[in-house]
Write a protein that binds this ligand. Structure first.
Ligand code: PEP
Ligand code: MG
Length: 574
């Protein structure tokens, strides 16, 4: 049994065999017959693949030695010995000649025989060797088949996905029914992998660091996304704890489901809204199931990050219409394309920038790709006649950007009308406040915006100068830092002065401990991943405004995140 600790990034508990995609992959193996004359070239193919695999394992061994220690390096040392094992090599050569089958097939069959034999052994050290054989065999097969990367859409059994890092597009394309949990070396609580894991209700522990390199495919992992622990080869006691935690979550979810149809109203009658953040149209149902009072953030860029292509106007129109109709008249805020940063879309032009998070992202990208932007705006405008729709621009940092975006929206409206398409005369149009300049100058932006939505994920990233996806500096991505709280306060105050609603759709809105503080600061709307909706509703319904204002005032006098966290815990418990 071995325990790994990381950042609890998506709640829930799951137990399943690891599927490691750090450097290897499951793959279907081609099978065909050879002529005797093909044998020398087939053998040469095998030798080349082995050399490539050895080079890869050597660098893994060196990395493990440097970053994780001698014990982890020894695993890869054993793999190197296996690839040099004369008995094994002889067996492959003999089988190749005897069966006249392609070498991939021969390797896969020998692998299966050995693994079956070893996994029946009573000695655990021998059973462990089975996964070593699988590792080595799949690495060689990967080179033979020139397959760089396994498609996560092909997963066929339940697994815990173990990776160094995943792309948002991996999360979209993978077979989500099969991924029971995620354990990752990289990543923080507000990285997009974490956001998507919460949206898909997949438990996740991220930012575990390089020790995860010692986990091998097939090892049973118990992942606890609430505490941030991953246990490899759990013993009976650890399995019993996981089962108890699963049961407790189930009971808690049942309790919370009673809140589904209740409004977010404080005990003294102040009404706020609790909405859901969604990434894919299919999530609208889950949002309703958890009691969301609307969609506060539809991250539309995920329509573009799927495996296929950049969606055209019709496809986007259908996707937005699907969400609007599913929400049955409840408000839906569609955020325009927030591409760039860690959400790379090669089809829209390579974006190899030195500082992508400070670069050509979101509204900056759209303002220099006006045609693409207009396609999206036309699709939203046309779909908007079906319900209560708002448009939101991401990453606004100057009034000039907002004015240009609004002008392009007007052009899109005229274009629709010129084609005889029905579009609303007016559509509420707001901005994400997620850059410190926008928060500080929110009084100016409020002159042109119909609403604000505070994106704390990026607001913290840019205020604290901390990459939100970097587990090593995750301790700085802190919503309770006084600088962050002051920017939130300024934004809400300026919104109130201009009489426009202020929402929050960053992850801070999902934190039930922060609910009373945000109420006290005057926030009108909370938007979060669907599964958090009931918890925040409960926190709001048990608060009263007088107390919330006192809490906010007290918090504003504190000097560190730790003090704020301790103070909020004491207030919420009492
Ligand atoms: C945010 O930055 O807080 C936000 C909600 O947007 P995203 O997480 O998609 O960047
Ligand atoms: Mg953002």
């Amino acid at each position: 049994m071995m325990e790994y600790r990381g950042i609890p990034a998506s709640p829930g508990v799951a137990v399943a065999p690891a599927f490691v995609i750090i450097d290897e992959g499951e793959m279907p193996v081609p099978a065909y017959s050879l002529e005797a004359a093909d044998l020398p070239s087939e053998w040469a193919r095998f030798l080349v693949a082995v050399e490539k695999a050895k080079a890869e394992v050597t660098s893994l061994r060196d990395r493990a030695r440097k970053e994780a220690g001698e014990a982890q390096a020894a695993i890869f040392e054993a793999h190197l010995l296996m690839m040099d094992d004369p008995d094994l090599i002889e067996r492959i050569e003999e089988s190749l000649g005897a069966t006249l089958r392609n070498v991939e097939r021969v390797i896969a069959e020998i692998e299966r025989e050995l693994v079956e034999k070893l996994s029946r052994a009573s000695d655990p050290a021998l059973r462990d060797r089975a996964s070593d054989i699988q590792d080595v065999s799949r690495r060689i097969l990967g080179h033979l088949m020139l397959r760089e990367r396994f498609t996560l859409a092909d997963l066929e059994s339940d697994i815990v996905l173990v990776a160094r890092d995943l792309l948002p597009s991996d999360m979209i394309s993978m077979n989500r029914q099969r991924v029971k949990a995620i354990a990752m070396e990289a990543g923080g609580k507000t990285s997009h992998v974490a956001i998507l894991a919460r949206a898909f209700e997949i438990p996740a522990v991220l930012g575990i660091g390089s020790s995860l390199v010692s986990v091998r495919s097939g090892t049973v992992l118990a992942v606890d996304g609430d505490s941030g622990t991953v246990i490899a080869d759990p013993d009976a006691a650890a399995l019993a704890r996981s089962a108890a935690a699963q049961e407790a979550t189930h009971v808690r979810d049942l309790e919370l489901s009673t809140l589904r149809d209740l409004p977010a109203i404080t005990s003294d009658g102040a009404r706020v809204l609790v909405k859901a953040n969604i990434e894919m149209p299919e999530e609208a149902q889950a949002a309703l199931g958890h009691g969301a009072e609307g969609v506060g953030l539809f991250r539309s860029e995920f329509l573009f990050l799927g495996p296929h292509h950049v969606p055209g106007e019709e496809e986007q129109y259908l996707a937005y219409s699907k969400v609007i109709e599913a929400m049955g008249g409840r408000p839906v805020t569609i955020r325009t394309l927030d591409i760039g940063g860690d959400k790379i879309l090669p089809e829209l032009g390579a974006q190899d920038e030195k500082n992508p998070l400070l670069g050509w992202r979101a509204i900056r990208f759209c303002l220099s790709n006006v045609e693409l932007f207009k396609i999206q705006l036309r699709a939203i405008l046309r779909a908007a006649v079906r319900g209560d729709v708002r448009i939101m621009f991401p990453m606004i940092s100057t009034i000039d950007e907002l004015e240009r975006a609004l002008a392009i929206l007007e052009e899109a409206r005229h274009e629709c009308r010129a084609k005889g398409q029905e579009v609303p005369d007016r559509i509420p149009t707001g901005i994400m406040v997620e850059i410190p300049s926008a928060a500080v100058a929110s009084d100016i932006l409020a002159r042109k915006a119909d609403f604000f939505s505070i994106g704390t994920n990026d607001l913290i990233q840019y205020t604290m100068a901390v990459d939100r996806g970097n587990g090593r500096v995750a301790y700085l991505h802190e919503p309770y830092h006084p600088a962050v709280i002051r920017l939130v306060k300024t934004t809400i105050e300026n919104g109130r002065k201009a009489r426009i609603p202020v929402a929050m759709c960053g992850e801070m809105a999902a934190d039930p401990l922060a609910s009373i503080l945000l109420l006290g600061l005057g926030l009108d709307e909370f938007s979060m991943s669907s599964a958090s909706v009931p918890l925040v509703k409960r926190a709001i319904r048990s608060a009263d405004m007088q107390e919330a204002r006192e809490v906010a005032e007290a918090v504003l006098s504190l000097s560190s995140s730790a003090e704020v966290a301790a103070y909020l815990s004491s207030r919420v418990r009492s």
